[in-house]
Design a protein around this ligand. Sequence first.
Ligand code: ZN
Ligand code: ZN
Length: 418
Amino acid sequence: MKELSVVVVVADGLGDRPVPSLGMKTPLEVVDFSPIADILSKSSIGLWDPIQPGTRPGSDTAHLALFGINPLSNYPGRGPFEAIGAGATLRPGDVAFRGNFATVSEDLVVVDRRAGRKILEAKQLVEYLNKNIGEIDGARVEIYHATEHRVAVVFRGGNLSDAVSDTDPHVEGVRVPEVAPLTSSEPAARMARIVNVFTRRVHELLKEHPANVRRSESGLPPANIILLRGAGMMVKYPKLQERRELKLEKAVAISATALVKGVCALLGFETVTPEGATGGVDSDLMAKARAAVEYYRRGYDLIYVHVKGTDAASHDGNPEAKVAVIERVLKAVSYVVDRVDLGKTVVAFLGDHTTPVTIRDHTSDPVPVMLYAPGVMADGFTKLSERDARRGSLGRLRNAELFGVLMDYSSRVEKFGA
Ligand code: ZN
Ligand code: ZN
């Protein structure tokens, strides 16, 4: 059997629920599907639970599952993935925390857990700390700014542990606690010592920093400490190319979102951000479509296109914007479909999870999936809504199962048994 190319297009947070301002239809039920109606009618459709019913996926866990890794048994917590989303490249054994710039008094009592939340100087403070903190007990420290008051802090250097408590007391009006090891192991004790030194050093460096002096003078809470929580130790994921049950060599992920690019890179994808692709609702989706066709023509086995704008519109609670982004995604999908050989290609279009505009956050609702492959059971639908998907022949797949099905339709899976 000759292996087929696989093209996967994800509109982030695509799934939705009935929206009052759309007459109790979902965004997918009002979009114009005509650009992909033809391939849709030749496809099997169905539903995918990215993790499992009742478990709300993050984009990181959803993408692990999308590419065949069950995150329920292989996820180190949010710390490392926050760091990846903020631009870090992590190695197995690194320990990463989520962190907040915060305001403490002279005796380290927490006055504001978010230092006013809007910290225009955050990038500058992070740079200053990265230049001046140096190594602590042989461990390198890297701080990454995420958004507003949020940062990720990475510790690297043999024999670390994520079995330590938080320095974030989660309430205001109490002293910043010393970190304690949560096990009796030597790495946990060492990690606790390192984090305690880190916290004191950050405070020493920040309390007199000119940006904070200015903030205090203009009545803003100074960002004079970083509070840490949710330590996680980066695990090693098998790359696509290393999975013995799979025949797959060249994979590319086309995305402008650091978190998605980071997850894909861990799994063995090359990652590409075409010029004009922003990760926002204004992103140049045709640039992504052109890149997808280019990699297809270069013979890549798996071409992944990720569009973030649908999720951004959903978090904004804006159904009209979501409809508009989906319609632009469909045109991009149609551009790709018109330029590939459908006799030798598997094409999937889906969401990585549901982000209802009414909820403005991710929910566990299953997402609609379109799966085209030569010889697939054609369901004859010309639209792909949450409601239609419930009647499709693909049924309801869960977690890493969808990837297995995609790989099998592309003849890339080893037989199980004789
Ligand atoms: Zn997502
Ligand atoms: Zn989201």
